[in-house]
Design a protein around this ligand. Structure first.
Ligand SMILES: NC(=O)c1ccc[n+]([C@@H]2O[C@H](COP(=O)([O-])OP(=O)(O)OC[C@H]3O[C@@H](n4cnc5c(N)ncnc54)[C@H](O)[C@@H]3O)[C@@H](O)[C@H]2O)c1
Length: 286
């Protein structure tokens, strides 16, 4: 057994693309998971996508048959937040909205054991703000998985000034157990990866908006010219344009750096609910 993790059960709140992936990798390592979402359709969609992903990974030999079976068996899908109350760790992966996350953490603090560790998968929101709202700042940490979680092998760990060493060590042991590498960032908006990635995505929207090139040429140029597996606009559609806009907004409002100001074209797509792959329309049609 890898690592020395202490979490006998985990709750994941938010069953979108990230919450589903996090639940899947934990369950594949035989950890019982409660996967909770407000939206029943999203829970059904999540179940379907986890089944498909496990089948695909097993067929390619990326995971063993046993990991596929426990990935399917160890997840309870529910709309009931109270199901999280017996978990040793709660990972929040709801929408990138500070107020919604704070409200949820206040609720979770009331129904959880004082020992339970809280982790947020936020892409950009300062951990200290969420930690304060959670009522247990020493047991709160940022745990930023990458998309798609079963494939991407790194997790960004963000302790805030108040996070205890024990909390950080327990979360590091979990990542090792899940066979993920870790990198550590100070608690600053956007952390490491999005601080560097999002300006590139934003600039791709600006280049598109200024009619300098087509979306296809922007993406092909960056794919073939800089060896990225996916161009920045296709990647933005994959992440979710609402999530990209939310991340840039947090970083721009917190730092005032003008290169982080969201492109008006990105804003327009989101206004039209063209959110990328999840709504079948973003920069591209799906
Ligand atoms: N998309 C990415 O590539 C990516 C990568 C790393 C981190 N993140 C972060 O992960 C989080 C989730 O992103 P996502 O892409 O999975 O979003 P998503 O839009 O796919 O899913 C969000 C889910 O949260 C649910 N939800 C909203 N409020 C809720 C509540 N109060 N209680 C329970 N469920 C609630 C929604 O019903 C939805 O199913 C965000 O903080 C995002 O910034 C996203």
């Amino acid at each position: 057994m890898l690592g020395n993790q202490n979490f006998k059960s985990i709750a994941v709140v938010g069953a979108g693309q990230m919450g589903s992936g996090i639940a899947q990798v934990c369950a594949s390592q035989s950890i019982p998971v409660s996967l909770i979402d407000l939206n029943i359709d999203q829970l059904n969609k999540s179940k379907e996508s986890i089944c498909k992903s496990l089948e695909k990974l097993a067929a390619k030999g990326i995971i063993k048959e046993g990991e596929k079976i426990s990935g399917l068996e160890k997840i309870k899908f529910s709309q009931d937040l109270k199901l999280s109350s017996k978990s040793d760790l709660i990972i929040e992966a709801i929408v990138e909205d500070e107020n919604k996350k704070k409200t949820l953490w206040k609720q979770l603090d009331q129904i959880s054991s004082p020992q339970t560790i809280f982790a947020s998968n936020t892409s950009s929101i300062p951990i200290a703000r969420l930690a304060q709202a959670s009522g247990r700042p020493e047991k709160f940490i940022g745990l930023h998985f990458m998309n798609p979680v079963p494939i991407m092998n790194v997790v960004e760990i963000i302790p805030s000034l108040s996070t205890s060493i024990e909390t950080k060590n327990q979360v590091l042991a979990l990542c090792k157990f899940l066979k993920k590498e870790t990198i550590e960032s100070k608690d600053f908006p956007g952390f490491i990866i999005n601080r560097i990635l999002m300006p590139m995505i934003n600039e791709a929207f600006t280049v598109l908006n200024e009619n300098i090139a087509s979306a296809e040429d922007i993406d092909n140029g960056m794919k073939l010219g800089t060896k990225q597996p996916m161009g920045p606009l296709a990647l933005a559609d994959f992440i979710g344009l609402d999530t990209c806009l939310a991340i840039l907004t947090v970083m721009f409002e917190s730092t005032g750096k003008t290169h982080l100001k969201p492109s008006p074209l990105l804003q327009q797509y989101v206004d039209l609910n063209w959110l990328g792959r999840k709504t079948n329309r973003g920069v591209y049609h799906y």
